[in-house]
Design a protein. Structure first.
Length: 337
């Protein structure tokens, strides 16, 4: 083949690939504009983290605002959604500060970033993420934020996965990039291992104490940690994705109920007695639940008949009652105010 013919073949291939890429982008855009029957109404408008009696979450409904942070009246969570211009894979807010984990497809790879935003959703700080967004939390005062990413693997139920969890001071930007560097006390003894993973941080009001999941040697543990002390201590086994109650007496978490399977059930652990209570939700919840108040938990479950989104549900935190739909096509709930 002559040099000119090779150049011609190359040029044609480039044009064909460019056309295919453009067609895929247009097709994806067209899908994003479609809406499903029964999807909630969403309209662009002002969203602020300082509004009282509002509920914020990520919109999962098809359309131009898919993935956007939206807010609704706290007493009418299925009302029309007000959509911000901030789009995230995971979100959480407290104390007028938010953390938004973004995952944007790029020409060569995903651009994964954590944004610290103020009450008006203006970006204060931006940090590159070491992997795919998974969990996010802000301390009650807004002073600290934490996030977990998958470095390898895409599910906590996978045979092998690796996570990285970071904690950042939202005021100074100082960051602990990897909790695996913290000292560990396991069952009262110093512990080190190459297979340690952390995920699912939840903060106390004192801006130092936190709880998280530690996984090692095939077991998961609830740990209590100190940011300033750079240390953690195990408290209980078979605890994943903890969430500290507003009164700080209990931790909600998902408990693995079938060894070797991705099946979890939501429980609440009394931190004083370590007594656990299974909740009325019997479906497998793979989420870090959020306390809407001292009596109610919210969490995401796959939407029935739709593999591309989740619905938000609530359940009483004392084991009574029954699950109730909070908001369809939604994730990452945060009670504002």
């Amino acid at each position: 083949m002559t040099r000119s013919r090779r150049l011609l073949v190359l040029a044609v291939a480039v044009l064909l690939l460019g056309g295919l890429a453009a067609a895929l982008v247009l097709r994806a855009a067209a899908r994003a504009e479609q809406t499903h029957e029964g999807d909630p109404t969403v309209a662009q408008g002002p969203v602020t983290l300082g509004r009282q009696d509002r509920l914020a979450f990520l919109n999962g409904a098809q359309g131009p605002h898919r993935g956007a942070l939206v807010s609704v009246p706290g007493q009418s969570p299925q009302a029309e959604r007000t959509a911000s211009g901030l789009a995230c894979r995971r979100f959480h807010a407290a104390g007028g500060t938010g953390v938004c984990l973004k995952s944007t497809p790029g020409a060569l790879a995903q651009d994964n970033r954590a944004l610290i935003v103020d009450s008006d959703l203006r970006t204060l700080r931006s940090f590159p993420l070491a992997g795919t967004p998974s969990r996010a939390r802000v301390s009650p005062s807004g002073h600290f934020a934490a996030w977990t990413v998958f470095v390898s693997g895409e599910s906590y139920g996978a045979a092998f996965f690796s996570t990285r969890t970071a904690i950042v001071d939202t005021r100074t930007g100082a960051m602990e990039p990897d909790l695996e560097k913290f000292s560990i006390q396991l069952d009262g003894r110093p512990y080190t291992s190459g297979d340690v993973n952390f995920w699912g941080v939840t903060f106390s009001k004192d801006d130092d104490t936190f709880y998280a999941t530690l996984a090692t040697a095939g077991q998961t543990y609830l740990v209590k940690g100190s940011v300033s002390g750079r240390s953690v201590t195990t408290l209980a086994q078979n605890v994943e994705c903890p969430s500290l109650s507003p009164d700080e007496t209990r931790v909600a978490y998902k408990k693995r109920v079938a060894r070797g399977a991705s099946l979890w059930r939501e429980h609440v652990l009394d931190l004083g007695t370590l007594r656990e209570t299974p909740l009325a939700e019997k479906r497998s919840v793979d989420d870090q639940a959020v306390w809407l108040d001292d009596r109610t938990l919210a969490y995401a479950l796959p939407a029935e008949g739709r593999a591309d989104t989740t619905d938000l549900w609530t359940v009483p935190a004392d084991g009574t009652g029954a699950p109730r739909m909070l908001a369809p096509a939604a994730s990452s709930p945060t009670r504002l105010g």
